[in-house]
Design a protein around this ligand. Structure first.
Ligand code: PMP
Length: 351
């Protein structure tokens, strides 16, 4: 505790997203992609003119926003980019959610949303998931100060279809609905095509998962020009150079290689379904997932003990120390070999 910290900061504990191993471990704890980024990335890194690093990057990140615009079928003016979607989310909280009415979100969702509420003085109303552990879209109040949820949700993995999101947007028209699509490429349905119809819809996404670029910190938002301008106003107040030039060139190379993108995401989906069947045959309950992870529990074994047992045998997964999730492990989908090692180790631990 420090007398210099503001009250909101005093309440926070530093966020540690998951152990970064020093020794060689099988790392299935932070939802990274097990496959390398598109091959074109290597060429961009080798051929990038070093003299360009002398110059500040384009303050508007035009080339990357145009490339994202082509990918999503929208104008570059409807695209915003930032250093990781965490940064984009932080800006959205400041631009849209500091309202008199509370921001609504599911009670089990991405753990950063409550942190941003505290940091930016946003009142929060948490709504329980439904009996099937899905985000309950009907529970959001049309009179709220905004809505945020991840779709597919984290760490549960369930994803709503586009029509269900459209139904929510028919009802909630007076505040911003932010749909965080960090995991949408692993079998989810994107709401991006709805941004023309609903000016209050903001969809965020990341290059960290399906594009295998977590090390670069690149995220984006797609929405109406009105919402993109709102984000730009907040951004400009403290940092007018959004995304660095090298990261931007790398990101464009991954957007242009659709074959690599499709092959990697299909591989992850196939491995996820294989792993699900294997875990179920060991007696695990596996929540249906449209993401690159599964949330699992075992009726006879304690999740915290399984976490320790896996860790001792060189496999890192995620265990959340909250009441609702104490019995669960969240397991990122790795390569087939990695998942075979995971299943074999769990077989031993659950024998
Ligand atoms: N949203 C969700 C739901 C996430 O799980 C994550 C990553 N943990 C992020 C956003 C942030 O991703 P990044 O900052 O790497 O783009």
């Amino acid at each position: 505790m420090s007398k210099f910290w503001s009250p909101a900061v005093s309440e926070l504990t530093p966020y540690i997203p998951g152990e970064q191993p020093r020794e060689r471990l099988i790392k299935l704890n932070t939802n990274e992609n097990p496959y390398p980024p598109a091959p074109g990335v290597g060429a961009v890194l080798r051929e990038f003119p070093t003299d360009h690093l002398r110059l500040y990057p384009d303050p508007e990140s035009r080339a990357l926003r145009e490339s994202l615009g082509r990918t999503f079928g929208v104008d570059a003016d409807q695209v915003f980019v930032g250093n990781g979607s965490d940064e984009v989310l932080a800006l959205a909280f400041q631009a849209f959610f500091r309202q008199e009415r509370p921001l609504e979100m599911p009670d089990i969702t991405y753990s950063f949303y409550p942190v941003y509420c505290r940091l930016y003085g946003v009142e929060r109303r948490a709504l329980p998931l439904n009996a099937r552990w899905e985000v309950d879209l009907d529970a959001f109040d049309s009179d709220c100060g905004g809505v945020i949820f991840a779709n597919p949700n984290a760490p549960t993995g369930h994803g709503h279809g586009r029509e269900a999101i459209a139904g929510l947007l028919e009802r909630i028209t007076d505040s911003v609905v932010l749909v965080d699509e960090a995991y949408v490429d692993f079998g989810g349905e994107s709401a991006v095509s709805l941004v023309e119809r609903f000016p209050n819809l903001l969809v965020t996404g990341t290059f960290s998962k399906s594009r295998s670029l977590a090390g670069l910190r690149l995220g984006y938002a797609v929405g109406s020009r009105e919402l993109i301008e709102g984000l730009t106003r907040v951004k400009n107040s403290f940092n007018s150079y959004p995304v660095d030039s090298l990261a931007s060139a790398v990101a464009i190379a991954t957007l242009e290689d659709t074959d690599h993108f499709e092959a990697c995401r299909e591989k992850v989906i196939t491995t996820r379904e294989r792993t699900r069947r294997q875990l179920e045959s060991l007696g695990f309950e596996v929540l249906p997932s449209r993401a690159n992870f599964v949330l699992v529990s075992h009726p006879d074994f304690d999740a915290a003990q399984l976490f320790v047992g896996l860790r001792e045998r060189g496999i890192l997964v995620r265990h959340f120390n909250t009441d609702a999730l104490r019995n669960f492990l969240r397991i990122t989908i790795g390569t087939d070999d990695e998942m075979d090692s995971l299943v074999e180790t769990l077989e031993l631990l659950c024998a």
